[in-house]
Structures are given as structure tokens and as C-alpha cells.
Design a protein around this ligand. Sequence first.
Ligand SMILES: Nc1ncnc2c1ncn2[C@@H]1O[C@H](COP(=O)(O)OP(=O)(O)OP(=O)(O)O)[C@@H](O)[C@H]1O
Ligand SMILES: [Mg+2]
Length: 403
Amino acid sequence: MGDWIRVLIVDDTEDTRTNIRKILSFESRIDIVGEAANGFQAIDMACKYKPDIILMDINMPDLDGIQAAERISLKCPTASVIMISVQGEHDYFRKAMLSGAKEFLVKPFSPDELIQSIIEVYERNQKRNIQVYANQVLGQGYVQSPKIITVFSGKGGVGKSLIATNLAVGLNQLHKKVVILDLDLMFGDVAAMFNLKVKETIYHVVQEIDRLDAESLLPYLLETKSGIRILPAPIQPEQSEMITGKHIEKILRLLRETHDYIIVDTPAQITDPVLALDQSNFTLLVNTLNVPVLRHNRTVLEVMDTLNYPTDRVRLIINRADLDTGVKPKDIKTALGMEPYSLLPEDKYADLSINRGEPLLEMKPNSRWAKQMSKLIEQILAEDDRQKSESWTKRFLWSRKRA
Ligand SMILES: Nc1ncnc2c1ncn2[C@@H]1O[C@H](COP(=O)(O)OP(=O)(O)OP(=O)(O)O)[C@@H](O)[C@H]1O
Ligand SMILES: [Mg+2]
């Protein structure tokens, strides 16, 4: 991409502006379209010169960087704001993101960091514009429409979290943008299964829920080394009480805008938040070859039926399917009225992988479990394509009928 990046510099100190100008003069792709000394000037110049990037000092007299960014995002939203601050506190970061800023730089930064962030924000925005355009042209968002996959079971300890986390790993390896929503609100351990320390959780998201949009939600998400995002469950179990199905609906809606797949891990109860998952494209109902598990899951299917939940989206998974328990995989059809969709074997490294915080698909990619898991992912992707072409066909027929 050899096009120019148009930059506006906003800072109340002339020295700083001169410094930034000097740094940017070394990058041939960057064109400085102006300098503003305060928030009001910044808004004027942003609308007049239509910069791609605005480097915005957060602390300025009169109208500060946050207020200016808020107004710019409404008045001339094509400009991406990079907020610059001496403070690195989280509160500042969050305020900046809520104001619509796309990036947050803490002083002092190196010339390289500055140039790099400008280029990254610019390219990200270009991609987004192309995507938005494609969605508009193609109408209803069938382009890469994100999939919600819920992993559920009427009984605990059957491998839901193991499956949810590895499903995310596998999809991520296929270059999908994946987020895991941990809806096991009392005892969720998705973050721990990636050996990540939790700071903010769904509890904090819900407190800001009315103010959040797809982008300002992103800073709340944890990210694994390989780039999977996680919205963790609350740290204190009592914090889960205030989270409702309505909240989950909004969170899903926002996560859909920025991801290809949303994987939802769940508790073994049908709670209000779990009921919001009737939007799922797939529900993987996890079983083991264990009579109480099958009995509970039969009840789950009956409850779904009563609630008019789309049971045609349910897929049965049998985990630890090769264990000799007296129940055979073929008995599943009799018990649950559905063929199993995927059989995952016993894996002696499952506990080690959970304890180490290293997903099985990465730790033992050649194991039978990992191979079956990859097959399961292929099956899901194939169904995806089928769903997509079905909706295309439906739309095609529909438009012909109207014509
Ligand atoms: N295929 C498997 N082979 C061996 N052990 C397994 C397998 N699947 C799960 N386990 C083990 O079973 C235990 C429960 O797994 P996991 O935490 O994924 O289940 P869960 O359904 O999420 O449980 P909970 O309801 O408590 O959230 C873990 O110790 C895990 O290592
Ligand atoms: Mg679990």
C-alpha cells in the first residue's frame, strides 16, 4: 500500500509539535496536514483537512483530548485518533478508548513506536473501510458472518471447558478471529486454562454496558499469546449475580462485530445468561459415556424443546468416548434421539494441559484427541459453508420471486 497517510498533530506545547513533526519527517509515507494547539482547533482542522490520523495530546486546557476525540468521532469519523498521554493508568486508557480513540501511546515513546502505531492504525482502518463497504454492497452481512458456538452440558466435569478452549485454538490456527466468552460465571476457568492472569472480567463490562460499543469493549478482553481473545468470568462468584441474559445479548452483539467466531463456555445449569444463547449457530452438547450425564442431557433437550430453542442446531459430542463404562457410543442415539456428531477419546495429558495452562492442541498436536478435535472443527467449517450457501440460495430465490 503505497498511499499517503495524512496526519494532524494536536498538542498545546509548540516544542512537542515540532518534535513530532521532526520524527515524522523521516517516514516518507506520512504527510502532515496541520498542527492544532487546542481541542477546538483540532475539531475544526479535522473536519477541514480530513486527516487519516490525529495525534492527540490528552491533557490540554479548555477542551482536552478526550472531549475533542469524542466530538471528532461524531463530526468527522473518518479520522482515527491516536491518544498521547504521560499517564499510563488504566482509567485514562479506558476513557480514551470510550472517546473513540483507536490507539493509546504513553510518553516517552520512541520514534519507531510512533511511526509504527500510525501505520498500524491507518492500515487497520483501511481494512475496516473495505469490510464496511463490502458489507454494504453485499447487503446483509453474509460476508464472514460470525458464528456463535456454545459448549454446553447438563452435567459438570464432562470436558466443556477443555473442548471450548481447544476449539478456539484450532479455529485461531486457521486464521479466524476468535473470542471465548466464559459464561461459567461462578467458577469459570478459561483464562487459567491459557495460564493468563485476570484483571478485568465480564463483571466490569456489565458495569459499563450502556456506554460500550464494539471497539470500546476490546480493551476488556484478555489476549493469549497466539491472539485468541477471552472475556473472563468474574473473579468473585458473587459478582455473577448481577449479570443477566440482556447483558449477554448485548455482549454477543458487540463481539460479533469484531470476530469470526464466538466460543461460549458455560456452567452446567440453564441460567438466565445461558438462555441468551438461543442465538448460537451451534450448541455442542457434551456427553460422556455415563448414565447420569445422558439423563441430564436428555432433560436439557426437553427443556430446549419446551422453550422453542432451535434444537436442529444442537450437535452431540461424546468425550472420553473410548472408555469402557458399560455405555457404548451407539447407545447415545437411543438415549438422546440424535446421532453423535463427534467422538473425542480419553487423553492422558488432559489434566497436565489444564494444569499447565497450555491447550492440548498446542501441547500434543499429534495426539488422537487433537486429531479428532481438528476433524470436529473441519465439520463445523463445512456446515458453515453449507449454511452460507443455503442463505445465498434463499436470498437468490427470494429476490427472483420479487422481481
Ligand atoms: N478426553 C479427556 N480425557 C481425559 N481427561 C479429560 C478429558 N476431557 C476432560 N477431561 C478431564 O475432566 C476434567 C473436567 O474437564 P473440564 O473442566 O473441561 O470439564 P467441564 O465440563 O468444563 O467442567 P465444569 O462443569 O466443572 O466446568 C478435567 O480434569 C479434564 O482434564
Ligand atoms: Mg468448565
